[in-house]
Design a protein around this ligand. Structure first.
Ligand SMILES: *Cc1c(COP(=O)(O)O)cnc(C)c1O
Length: 402
């Protein structure tokens, strides 16, 4: 029967082949095993070692950031970045309602309060216009600090997130919050390789974070990096994530409460092997996205989520969005695909639908609700991208490239 769920699952199978595939498996096609073995052979497996330095240098090259500090995971990186941006216990931090839970958790770990804000449906990130109107309405400035008039708490930072690797409207968001003195910490966990007007995501805010978790475009097993251009905050990020130990040949002197958040050399070794292949990973995923785009262009009731104008997306997770009158089909699509071994996933539950954040301050979230109910992520691992035959219409993917 040619129902929408059948059509959609057949369309995905036409792109990736009729095989069992997870949503996003890691791919090791380079020197990863050799570099990891070097750590074991030399004994440099832990907190210091040349791969950590090399990994950080490679990330400075890739992103253009002046400082890249490798950490144990993206969540810990975000926590430290928020602290360095000036977030204190009891502050409010603006967070998109539609994000992975780690964005809000990093705020909570600092005993600050995630304040959930609306997204727009095109780029799937924060909506700068609605944000500007909302802040003008709910805040006032006291002693130079932007205060939420309802709660009386300072709003000190915002965490724009680049969802599924598609850059959000970062420049417009920064222009809005600059007027309110709110610091920008970018959650670029998913957007390694994604750019806006040629500039890498994660380098627009005062600080940014990229994740190297096992499901991201490049992995260190678990890991993250803090990015910044700030000559004070860059070295401080390193200091704070390495137990705030003052360098000395034998003394243990720590000048504040630091964290043990550094990335072990073993993980950095894996990461160096991964980053050497980044261009290849990005090209493969762009090609896979072009094939999904072509395949879905003939299916009614569904739209492929494409690269926003003026940006370069890494297409970390390809996605489709169901038309409003097809929302009732979503669960049948997910069930059918997963029963055939195709790892489709819905968007994350909104933060305010989770028990720990349901009473948090929030603006009207109609668009986030609509996106959450209609978006489905497609299998997007690098192996899937490599296995699928080349796109039949490179010209179209080229035109999306501008
Ligand atoms: C993966 C991810 C994180 C957290 O990164 P970890 O390395 O898993 O801690 C944070 N935010 C978003 C949007 C993510 O996708």
């Amino acid at each position: 029967m040619n129902t929408l769920p059948n059509q959609i699952v057949d369309t995905i199978a036409s792109v990736i082949g009729d095989q069992s595939v997870p949503l996003h498996a890691p791919y090791f096609g380079g020197q990863e095993a050799k570099y990891v073995a070097q750590c074991v052979e030399t004994g440099w497996v832990s907190s210091v070692g040349s791969f950590v330095d090399q990994f950080e240098r490679m990330l400075c090259d890739i992103t253009g950031a002046k400082y890249a500090v490798a950490v144990s995971n993206g969540t810990s990186g975000l926590l430290v970045a928020l602290q360095l941006a000036g977030v204190r216990p009891g502050d409010e931090v603006l967070v998109p309602a539609m994000t992975f839970v780690a964005t809000a958790n990093a705020v909570s770990h600092l005993h600050a309060i995630p304040h959930l804000v609306e997204i727009e449906s095109e780029q799937l990130g924060l909506d700068p216009e609605k944000l500007g109107d909302y802040l003008a309405e709910i805040t006032e400035v006291r002693n130079g600090v932007t205060i939420n008039r309802t709660t009386g708490r300072p709003i000190t930072a915002i965490v724009p997130m680049h969802a599924f690797g598609h850059p959000c409207k970062i420049q417009a968001i920064i222009a809005v919050v600059d007027r309110f003195g709110i610091a920008v910490v970018e959650d670029a966990a998913e957007s390694l390789g994604s750019k806006v007007a040629g500039q890498h995501t994660g380098t627009f805010g005062r600080l940014g974070m990229i994740s190297f978790n096992g499901n991201k475009i490049a992995t260190t097993g678990g890991g993250g990096v803090i990015l910044t251009d700030d000559d004070e905050l860059g070295p401080l990020a390193k200091h704070l994530t390495t137990t705030a130990k003052v360098p000395h040949a034998w003394e243990f002197f720590h000048d504040q409460v630091g964290y043990n958040f550094r990335m072990p050399n073993l993980n950095a070794a894996l990461g160096c092997g991964q980053l050497e292949q980044l261009d290849h990973f990005l090209a493969s995923k762009r090609n896979l996205a072009a094939r999904y785009r072509d395949a879905f262009s003939t299916i009614d009731g569904v739209r492929f989520v494409d690269q926003p104008t003026g940006t370069e997306s890494n297409f970390w997770l390809a996605a489709i969005v169901l038309d409003q009158d097809q929302l009732k089909e979503r669960d049948s699509i997910l069930t059918l695909a997963n029963s055939r071994g195709i790892g489709l996933r819905p968007a994350w539950q909104l933060m305010n639908d989770l028990p720990m954040y349901c009473d948090n301050p929030a603006m009207d979230l109609a668009v986030a609700k609509q996106v959450q109910a209609s978006l489905i992520n497609l299998p997007s691992g690098v192996q899937v991208a490599i296995d699928s035959p080349p796109s039949s219409s490179p010209s179209q993917s080229q035109s999306q490239n501008r």
